[in-house]
Design a binder for this molecule. Sequence first.
Ligand code: PMT
Length: 221
Amino acid sequence: FSSKPLLGKKVVITAGPTREAIDPVRYLSNHSSGKMGYAIAHAASLAGASVTLISGPVSLEPPANITVVNVNSALEMYSAAHENLEQCDVFIGTAAVADYRPQNTAHQKMKKDQQGDLLNLPLVENPDIIASVAKSEQRPACVIAFAAETQDLENYALRKLEKKAVDAVVANDVSRSDIGFGSERNEVLWVTKDSRQRFGPETKTQVAHFIIHSVTEMLRT
Ligand code: PMT
């Protein structure tokens, strides 16, 4: 970005997976590596933005010149998101937030001989972080969600656009092993209420630049 189009703007990005503790040594999680979110944080910083990256547990070096808030669970990510909304212009939800968490976290390691053949693990729904940001009183001008889908990308993206009250949804097909979770590349469909744009397959760096460019355009109009 030669002209620093996001100079003076604050961008908050969530990245990586969340971990939902079952007991002190076990958790529920998913395969997000954080690569997509970290690439977006880097691209936003190159575009001149002041960037806060709320990161689940990943093994990546954070880009230089950004503020990193490390979290584990969806509830921690939810709190961190709301604590960083002040004067936030753009919020991008790249994190693969666990939809459910164990209803109870055992204080001691659960013992197999106390469980029997069938383990019942009641789960409760986590709050939807991006929807709560989009519906909050401190709503940033631009709220962007991702949609991890395995089929019918456009329709599911449109449903998420409406349900989460966001300005755009970046849909990606996570059934493919060459893009999406963990891989170096991604292919996305940018969906707003009146536009669709396909980008990729490209490196996550290129996809991040496409997303930040689209956000810049959106802020201009
Ligand atoms: O991290 P990588 O290995 O690079 O992989 C990138 C990715 C595949 C994780 C990324 O490109 C991606 O698709 N992220 C969204 C993953 C996801 O959980 O999608 P979803 O369709 O379940 O959620 C939709 C949106 O709601 C997302 O913006 C998500 O951050 C948000 N969400 C979901 C649940 C919840 N409780 N709170 C949320 O904010």
